[in-house]
Unconditional design. Structure first.
Length: 257
């Protein structure tokens, strides 16, 4: 149902079962998937593609032009997957041409009030952004990561799968998967044990990740030698340990420690 007080461009593609509330503005070249609900006073800019069964709360700005000096009005995209909850006053920006032309948000994410996702970010699935979490441009967040309230992540950083970033944390370097980070400038405080147990990681995997953490981040070995040591250890056969190694080996900004 489209409320009579909503403004929906005739060139927008609205699937069946979409509920659009009063004073919503939907521009041309917008797509909204079946079952999605858009509450009052939401602005959805052209180039926004919203999947099925998303719930977008009032006063959010979806797909507006990126806040980047290099952006000159080119046609770029914001692609949002299925089953996402986007709460009040969230701002999600489209991509830029130099950054690949699109901002991508996967499925089943919970983006809480006042959060910001800048241009060219790539967010996976089952990610939580708590209230006021702020992402600069070109950030990658892997599946199941949690960003605490009022945290800020520097452009081009990567956040690994199942990582947990505490509230009021400034992230300027990559956060490895499965880790807990906190502080004015993010530091690692061991595994995200609570989160991993909630997702039913086995005791074998937890022990292997704890051992890898101690070798990489709490031993006297250089990073190169620590990674080599793990590669020669039987724990390197565990998928999660291999992912941790791969993430660190391919870091461009450097790793928080």
């Amino acid at each position: 149902m489209i409320h009579p007080a909503a403004i929906v461009d005739p060139k927008a593609e609205i699937d069946e079962g979409v509920d659009i509330g009063p004073f919503v503005v939907v521009e041309k070249e917008v797509r909204i998937g079946a079952g999605s609900k858009i509450k009052s006073h939401v602005f959805i800019s052209e180039g926004s593609q919203i999947g099925r069964n998303c719930h977008i709360y009032q006063f959010s700005s979806i797909g507006e032009a990126p806040q980047a000096f290099a952006y000159k009005g080119e046609k770029t995209l914001l692609i949002i997957g299925d089953n996402n909850i986007i709460r009040e006053y969230v701002t999600l920006n489209r991509g830029t041409v130099p950054g690949g032309g699109k901002t991508v948000i996967g499925n089943n994410n919970y983006i809480m009030a006042y959060s910001h996702v800048a241009h060219d970010c790539n967010i996976g699935n089952q990610v939580i952004l708590a209230n006021g979490a702020t992402l600069a441009g070109h950030i990658t967040i892997e599946d199941y990561a949690t960003i605490g309230g009022l945290s800020a992540v520097h452009q081009f950083c990567r956040i690994g799968t199942h990582a947990f970033i505490s509230g009021l944390t400034g992230v300027s370097l990559d956060i490895p998967p499965y880790m807990l980070a906190a502080g004015d400038r993010a530091k690692l405080y061991g595994l995200n044990t609570v989160g991993l147990k909630r997702h039913h990681f086995s005791e074998e995997i937890l022990r292997a990740l704890k051992k890898a953490y101690r070798i990489i981040f709490r031993s006297t070995l250089t990073l190169e030698n620590a990674l080599k040591s793990i590669e020669e250890d039987p724990i390197s056969q565990i998928h999660e340990v291999r992912h941790l190694l791969h993430f660190i080996q391919h870091s461009k900004r450097g790793i928080s420690r």
